[in-house]
Design a protein around this ligand. Sequence first.
Ligand code: F0G
Length: 446
Amino acid sequence: MVHYKSTMVEPIDLPSRGDRERALEEAGYNVFNLDAEDVFIDLLTDSGTGTMSEDQWAALLRGDESYAGSKSFRRLEAAVDDVMGFPHVVPAHQGRGAENVLYGTLLEEGDVALNNTHFDTTRAHVANQGADPIDCPVEVATDPGAPGDFKGDFSIERGREVVEEVGTDRVPVVIQTITNNSAAGQPVSVENTRRVAEFADEIDATFVIDACRFAENAYFVTEREAEYAEASVADVAREQLGYADALVMSGKKDGLSNVGGFVATQDEALADRCKQRAILYEGFPTYGGMAGRDMEALAVGLREAVEEAYVADRIEGIRTLASLLEDRDVPVYTPTGGHAVYLDAEAVFPHLESSDFPGQVLVCELYREGGVRGVELGSFAFPGTDRPELVRLAVPRRTYHREHFEHVADAAAAVLERADEATGLEIKREPEVPELRHFTAELEPS
Ligand code: F0G
């Protein structure tokens, strides 16, 4: 199923093995420090790295760069209302800017935020308010082989346990991340969203949906949740998001844009409070760190994200990569999630301990073998938490095709073949904020 032809091309090149070895060493065995030029297939993230459509490029030209009351902002507002069903929009330069605006408004020192699983920037923003981010994934979420249609769900039982322990007053915010990025991009059912909304209501908390990948999530719902078998992705998306009091959104994912984000809410008073903080950190509330052009591209991208042909092609592309890897016996997290294929580094390197950072070893080996850049989401990225040692191969939207995926799968197969020779890594230098260490830390072979 292919729904695009390329009308702009970017040459890519595989550096020699010697150059890759050198680049890796110079990067301190941390692929965030590599130059993009030294990467052949870049699966570091699906965030802001996708290809825009002809309509998005056309929209850029009508960007209204007015400081206040830009026409482009009005078009973004209308798109958010039409696609997501939220009338009040506070724009931000990207998702984490929106997180700062919303969580800075809702959380205080000593509070607790519950989330099916906090993404790293979410965790850091909650912690930055002096609040405690507590994950409430369902048990199967951390089992890379367990079956399950909605392994991204929020465990209400776990949420209740926390509330009983700390008291309702300390839990002003309940968050649901759809899809659940840190749990292998697994989807969340609408049924679960409905129940979490009731739970949040019961404890008088604001229910926030982190909507980064809302369209991908809605596609899974139409496939797997009987009640929605006949529904459109657009209808599911609106219904699911509609249970939330507020959204935080990174336009760099299902906004199909290279930059941008926003907070959206039904609650005018909350929007007004967010705007005050947005002015301080992001910009006047009719641009929020985006150029008018960016808002135009995002407005068009949001509408495209819920088109059936787009989202079907998107999810099938990820499944193609997963099945090419499985054909070569590379252990992958199943079922495949929305935006990425997650490799199980513990299964690739059974002889390595988590203190050897097996996920990071796998990331380095994939680069060494094929110039492929993935990202570790295990004990290197999430110190002190008990997680499976996963490596994420995130797929930029509308960018790579089957032949790229074949190269990735061949590289992974080559790593697997000599997996028993791999040795661990240790940290040489790390930043002060532990939640963000994987972005800048340097490692060395132990
Ligand atoms: N929430 C989730 C679930 C995310 O995945 C991200 C970003 C953010 C918030 C922050 O958005 O990047 O626009 O500031 N995830 C990217 C990733 C970076 O690679 O998964 P942002």
